[in-house]
Write a protein that binds this ligand. Structure first.
Ligand SMILES: [Fe+2]
Ligand SMILES: [Fe+2]
Length: 193
């Protein structure tokens, strides 16, 4: 018999287990909003790049639907940045260009590679949002709910991409591993800069 996993214990306060010298609760939340905004900028631009190549093809319709969700995510983080007075990462212009380039490059390899790109990015974002939701306490329950909701969308995108032959992409393993490494680096940098 398999046991159903218990839901993680909810934190009462964001950053309640922080140590002296760690960033303040406010700074922790600001960094989360900053990096998430950067990620959604990247997502919007990846799909823009893919649509420049695959627009009007069957894969284009699938990509367009995912791109709509990303535009909604981006808008939500833009609103949060204004409300909380959080500045964007200085790397925003880089993600603008790099996201588009990644999208266009994968789409040029074919629709399967475009889908493989989504699988790779969304797997990293799924982990990233899960970690954030876990770190947020009841004092930030609205933000936590938003992140959980978006995480659900991202997992849905991954499943859509898998259902659209992502695994048939040329060099699926190395391709997705490279994109994952790049995405993790982008997250690391955007949290700090
Ligand atoms: Fe997103
Ligand atoms: Fe997504």
């Amino acid at each position: 018999m398999t046991e159903t996993p218990k839901p993680p214990a909810r934190r009462r306060l964001t950053g309640e287990d922080s140590l002296p010298g760690d960033p303040s609760r406010e700074e922790l939340v600001a960094r989360m909003i900053r990096v998430d905004h950067a990620g959604e900028v990247g997502a919007v631009r990846i799909y823009r790049g893919q649509l420049a190549v695959l627009g009007g093809t069957p894969a284009g319709g699938v990509i367009e639907r995912m791109a709509k969700a990303e535009a909604r995510h981006l808008k939500a983080f833009e609103r949060l940045m204004v409300e909380r007075r959080v500045r964007p990462t200085v790397l925003s212009p880089v993600w603008h260009v790099a996201g588009y380039a990644l999208g266009a490059a994968t789409a040029l390899l074919g629709p399967e590679a475009a889908m493989a790109c989504t699988v790779a990015v969304e797997e990293v974002i799924d982990e990233h949002y899960a970690r954030q939701a876990e770190a947020l306490g009841e004092d930030e329950s609205a933000l936590r709910d938003t992140i959980e909701e978006f995480r659900g969308d991202e997992v849905g995108h991954r499943d859509t991409a898998l259902a659209n032959a992502a695994r048939e992409a040329p060099a699926y393993r190395p391709l997705t591993e490279a994109i994952k490494a790049g995405s993790r680096l982008a997250i690391w940098l955007s949290t700090r800069l």
